[in-house]
Design a protein around this ligand. Structure first.
Ligand SMILES: Cc1cc2nc3c(=O)[nH]c(=O)nc-3n(C[C@H](O)[C@H](O)[C@H](O)COP(=O)(O)OP(=O)(O)OC[C@H]3O[C@@H](n4cnc5c(N)ncnc54)[C@H](O)[C@@H]3O)c2cc1C
Length: 197
Protein backbone atom coordinates (compact mmCIF):
# COMPACT_ATOMS: atom_id res chain seq x y z
CA UNK A 1 0.00 0.00 0.00
CA UNK A 2 1.37 3.41 -0.97
CA UNK A 3 1.98 5.64 2.03
CA UNK A 4 1.46 9.37 1.57
CA UNK A 5 3.33 11.91 3.68
CA UNK A 6 0.06 13.81 4.04
CA UNK A 7 -3.56 12.87 3.48
CA UNK A 8 -5.94 15.82 3.16
CA UNK A 9 -9.42 14.66 4.11
CA UNK A 10 -11.86 17.04 2.40
CA UNK A 11 -11.26 18.77 -0.91
CA UNK A 12 -13.40 21.88 -0.53
CA UNK A 13 -12.07 25.43 -0.44
CA UNK A 14 -9.73 24.99 2.54
CA UNK A 15 -8.40 21.52 1.65
CA UNK A 16 -7.68 22.60 -1.94
CA UNK A 17 -6.04 25.82 -0.75
CA UNK A 18 -3.74 23.75 1.49
CA UNK A 19 -2.99 21.39 -1.41
CA UNK A 20 -2.14 24.35 -3.64
CA UNK A 21 0.42 25.87 -1.25
CA UNK A 22 1.87 22.43 -0.44
CA UNK A 23 2.21 21.64 -4.15
CA UNK A 24 3.98 24.95 -4.79
CA UNK A 25 6.27 24.38 -1.80
CA UNK A 26 7.12 20.81 -2.79
CA UNK A 27 7.86 21.90 -6.37
CA UNK A 28 10.11 24.78 -5.33
CA UNK A 29 12.10 23.30 -2.47
CA UNK A 30 14.74 20.60 -2.80
CA UNK A 31 14.23 19.57 0.83
CA UNK A 32 10.55 18.82 0.12
CA UNK A 33 10.87 17.17 -3.29
CA UNK A 34 10.11 13.62 -2.08
CA UNK A 35 6.98 14.56 -0.14
CA UNK A 36 3.73 13.03 -1.33
CA UNK A 37 0.22 14.32 -0.71
CA UNK A 38 -3.26 13.03 -1.47
CA UNK A 39 -6.72 14.60 -1.29
CA UNK A 40 -9.77 12.51 -0.41
CA UNK A 41 -13.05 14.22 -1.19
CA UNK A 42 -16.68 13.19 -1.07
CA UNK A 43 -17.77 15.94 -3.48
CA UNK A 44 -20.04 17.93 -1.16
CA UNK A 45 -18.32 21.26 -0.58
CA UNK A 46 -20.54 24.03 0.79
CA UNK A 47 -19.11 26.19 -1.99
CA UNK A 48 -21.01 24.12 -4.55
CA UNK A 49 -24.20 25.85 -3.35
CA UNK A 50 -22.73 29.35 -3.54
CA UNK A 51 -22.44 32.12 -6.11
CA UNK A 52 -19.45 34.30 -5.28
CA UNK A 53 -19.58 38.10 -5.45
CA UNK A 54 -17.41 38.91 -2.41
CA UNK A 55 -14.53 36.41 -2.73
CA UNK A 56 -11.35 38.35 -3.50
CA UNK A 57 -9.80 37.52 -6.85
CA UNK A 58 -12.80 35.45 -7.93
CA UNK A 59 -14.77 36.95 -10.83
CA UNK A 60 -18.09 38.23 -9.45
CA UNK A 61 -21.01 35.94 -10.16
CA UNK A 62 -18.79 32.85 -10.41
CA UNK A 63 -20.68 29.75 -9.35
CA UNK A 64 -19.18 27.75 -6.53
CA UNK A 65 -19.03 24.77 -8.86
CA UNK A 66 -16.82 26.73 -11.25
CA UNK A 67 -14.70 28.12 -8.40
CA UNK A 68 -14.02 24.60 -7.09
CA UNK A 69 -13.25 23.34 -10.62
CA UNK A 70 -10.73 26.18 -11.09
CA UNK A 71 -9.09 25.41 -7.75
CA UNK A 72 -8.83 21.71 -8.63
CA UNK A 73 -7.22 22.63 -11.97
CA UNK A 74 -4.81 24.97 -10.20
CA UNK A 75 -3.73 22.19 -7.81
CA UNK A 76 -3.54 19.64 -10.65
CA UNK A 77 -1.29 21.94 -12.69
CA UNK A 78 1.56 21.09 -10.28
CA UNK A 79 1.08 17.36 -10.81
CA UNK A 80 1.91 16.65 -7.17
CA UNK A 81 -1.31 15.95 -5.27
CA UNK A 82 -3.09 12.68 -5.96
CA UNK A 83 -6.90 13.07 -6.04
CA UNK A 84 -9.19 10.36 -4.70
CA UNK A 85 -12.97 10.79 -5.11
CA UNK A 86 -13.73 8.97 -1.88
CA UNK A 87 -15.73 9.46 1.27
CA UNK A 88 -13.56 8.44 4.20
CA UNK A 89 -15.41 6.42 6.82
CA UNK A 90 -12.69 5.40 9.27
CA UNK A 91 -9.14 6.37 10.19
CA UNK A 92 -7.04 4.12 12.42
CA UNK A 93 -3.93 5.39 14.14
CA UNK A 94 -1.11 2.86 14.07
CA UNK A 95 2.44 2.98 15.42
CA UNK A 96 3.70 4.26 12.12
CA UNK A 97 0.99 6.54 10.76
CA UNK A 98 -2.66 6.25 9.83
CA UNK A 99 -4.74 3.73 7.90
CA UNK A 100 -7.48 5.55 6.02
CA UNK A 101 -10.54 3.56 4.99
CA UNK A 102 -13.00 4.71 2.37
CA UNK A 103 -16.72 3.97 2.34
CA UNK A 104 -16.06 1.67 -0.63
CA UNK A 105 -13.68 -0.43 1.54
CA UNK A 106 -10.48 0.86 -0.02
CA UNK A 107 -7.50 1.42 2.27
CA UNK A 108 -4.81 4.06 2.11
CA UNK A 109 -1.97 5.00 4.41
CA UNK A 110 -0.44 8.32 5.48
CA UNK A 111 2.03 9.70 8.00
CA UNK A 112 0.12 12.96 8.57
CA UNK A 113 -3.53 13.96 8.36
CA UNK A 114 -5.07 17.29 7.47
CA UNK A 115 -8.77 17.33 8.36
CA UNK A 116 -10.74 19.75 6.15
CA UNK A 117 -14.22 18.26 6.09
CA UNK A 118 -16.24 21.39 6.90
CA UNK A 119 -18.49 22.02 9.89
CA UNK A 120 -21.63 20.00 9.08
CA UNK A 121 -20.72 16.86 11.02
CA UNK A 122 -17.84 14.71 12.14
CA UNK A 123 -18.70 11.14 11.20
CA UNK A 124 -15.32 9.55 10.52
CA UNK A 125 -14.86 6.69 12.97
CA UNK A 126 -11.66 5.66 14.69
CA UNK A 127 -9.81 8.80 15.76
CA UNK A 128 -10.12 10.30 19.20
CA UNK A 129 -10.40 14.01 18.54
CA UNK A 130 -11.27 17.08 20.63
CA UNK A 131 -14.59 17.72 18.88
CA UNK A 132 -16.48 20.79 20.08
CA UNK A 133 -19.40 22.93 18.90
CA UNK A 134 -18.62 25.40 16.13
CA UNK A 135 -18.76 28.83 17.76
CA UNK A 136 -19.15 31.36 14.92
CA UNK A 137 -22.83 30.78 14.24
CA UNK A 138 -26.16 30.64 16.01
CA UNK A 139 -26.80 27.23 14.41
CA UNK A 140 -25.76 24.85 17.16
CA UNK A 141 -25.61 21.73 14.99
CA UNK A 142 -22.19 22.64 13.56
CA UNK A 143 -18.96 21.04 14.75
CA UNK A 144 -15.30 21.99 15.00
CA UNK A 145 -12.07 20.54 16.36
CA UNK A 146 -9.91 22.19 19.00
CA UNK A 147 -6.43 23.03 17.84
CA UNK A 148 -3.45 25.27 18.46
CA UNK A 149 -2.32 27.08 15.33
CA UNK A 150 -4.13 24.39 13.24
CA UNK A 151 -2.39 21.49 14.99
CA UNK A 152 -4.69 19.03 16.77
CA UNK A 153 -2.13 16.48 17.99
CA UNK A 154 1.04 14.81 16.71
CA UNK A 155 0.70 14.44 12.93
CA UNK A 156 -2.92 15.66 12.89
CA UNK A 157 -3.86 19.09 11.53
CA UNK A 158 -7.13 20.86 10.79
CA UNK A 159 -8.23 23.73 8.54
CA UNK A 160 -11.31 25.45 7.17
CA UNK A 161 -14.66 25.53 8.96
CA UNK A 162 -13.66 22.50 11.01
CA UNK A 163 -11.02 24.78 12.57
CA UNK A 164 -13.83 27.05 13.84
CA UNK A 165 -13.30 30.03 11.56
CA UNK A 166 -15.99 32.14 9.89
CA UNK A 167 -17.66 30.77 6.79
CA UNK A 168 -16.16 32.87 4.01
CA UNK A 169 -14.01 31.82 1.09
CA UNK A 170 -10.93 33.97 1.89
CA UNK A 171 -10.99 33.01 5.56
CA UNK A 172 -11.17 29.24 5.05
CA UNK A 173 -8.69 29.43 2.14
CA UNK A 174 -6.32 31.36 4.43
CA UNK A 175 -6.45 28.62 7.06
CA UNK A 176 -5.58 26.06 4.38
CA UNK A 177 -2.62 28.15 3.24
CA UNK A 178 -1.42 28.69 6.82
CA UNK A 179 -1.62 25.04 7.83
CA UNK A 180 0.26 24.11 4.64
CA UNK A 181 3.10 26.44 5.65
CA UNK A 182 3.00 25.04 9.20
CA UNK A 183 3.22 21.44 7.92
CA UNK A 184 6.18 22.32 5.67
CA UNK A 185 7.80 23.99 8.69
CA UNK A 186 7.46 20.72 10.62
CA UNK A 187 8.97 18.82 7.68
CA UNK A 188 11.95 21.10 7.08
CA UNK A 189 12.45 23.20 10.23
CA UNK A 190 12.18 26.25 7.97
CA UNK A 191 9.46 28.81 7.31
CA UNK A 192 8.87 28.31 3.60
CA UNK A 193 7.92 31.39 1.57
CA UNK A 194 6.69 30.80 -1.97
CA UNK A 195 6.72 34.03 -3.97
CA UNK A 196 6.80 33.59 -7.74
CA UNK A 197 7.97 36.43 -9.96
C1 LIG B 1 -25.35 28.66 0.11
C2 LIG B 1 -23.97 29.15 0.46
C3 LIG B 1 -23.52 30.35 -0.02
C4 LIG B 1 -22.24 30.81 0.29
N1 LIG B 1 -21.83 32.02 -0.19
C5 LIG B 1 -20.60 32.50 0.11
C6 LIG B 1 -20.18 33.77 -0.36
O1 LIG B 1 -20.93 34.48 -1.05
N2 LIG B 1 -18.93 34.21 -0.02
C7 LIG B 1 -18.10 33.48 0.75
O2 LIG B 1 -16.96 33.90 0.98
N3 LIG B 1 -18.47 32.25 1.22
C8 LIG B 1 -19.71 31.77 0.93
N4 LIG B 1 -20.10 30.53 1.41
C9 LIG B 1 -19.21 29.83 2.36
C10 LIG B 1 -18.12 28.95 1.72
O3 LIG B 1 -18.64 28.17 0.67
C11 LIG B 1 -17.56 28.05 2.83
O4 LIG B 1 -17.05 28.86 3.88
C12 LIG B 1 -16.46 27.11 2.35
O5 LIG B 1 -16.91 26.25 1.32
C13 LIG B 1 -15.96 26.26 3.52
O6 LIG B 1 -14.77 25.63 3.14
P1 LIG B 1 -14.26 24.28 3.87
O7 LIG B 1 -13.10 23.82 3.11
O8 LIG B 1 -14.15 24.51 5.33
O9 LIG B 1 -15.49 23.27 3.69
P2 LIG B 1 -16.15 22.76 2.34
O10 LIG B 1 -15.84 23.68 1.21
O11 LIG B 1 -17.58 22.49 2.65
O12 LIG B 1 -15.36 21.42 2.04
C14 LIG B 1 -15.45 20.29 2.86
C15 LIG B 1 -15.23 19.10 1.95
O13 LIG B 1 -15.01 17.94 2.75
C16 LIG B 1 -15.69 16.87 2.12
N5 LIG B 1 -15.93 15.82 3.11
C17 LIG B 1 -16.72 15.87 4.20
N6 LIG B 1 -16.67 14.70 4.87
C18 LIG B 1 -15.82 13.90 4.16
C19 LIG B 1 -15.37 12.57 4.34
N7 LIG B 1 -15.76 11.80 5.36
N8 LIG B 1 -14.51 12.05 3.41
C20 LIG B 1 -14.10 12.81 2.36
N9 LIG B 1 -14.50 14.08 2.15
C21 LIG B 1 -15.35 14.61 3.05
C22 LIG B 1 -16.97 17.48 1.58
O14 LIG B 1 -17.54 16.65 0.57
C23 LIG B 1 -16.44 18.80 1.04
O15 LIG B 1 -16.04 18.71 -0.31
C24 LIG B 1 -21.37 30.04 1.11
C25 LIG B 1 -21.81 28.79 1.59
C26 LIG B 1 -23.10 28.36 1.28
C27 LIG B 1 -23.56 27.02 1.84
Amino acid sequence: MKKYDLAIIGGGISGLSAALILSAGIKDNESLKDKTIAIFDAGGSDALKAKFFNAPGVKQGTSGKKAIKKLVEQVQSYGIAKFHDSRISEIIKGEDGFIIKSKKDKEYSATNLLLATGFRSWDIKGLELPIKPFTRTTNNSRVAIEHTDYKVSDNVFVCGLLADVSSHYPIVAGTGAQVAINIMHEWTGEWIVIHDK
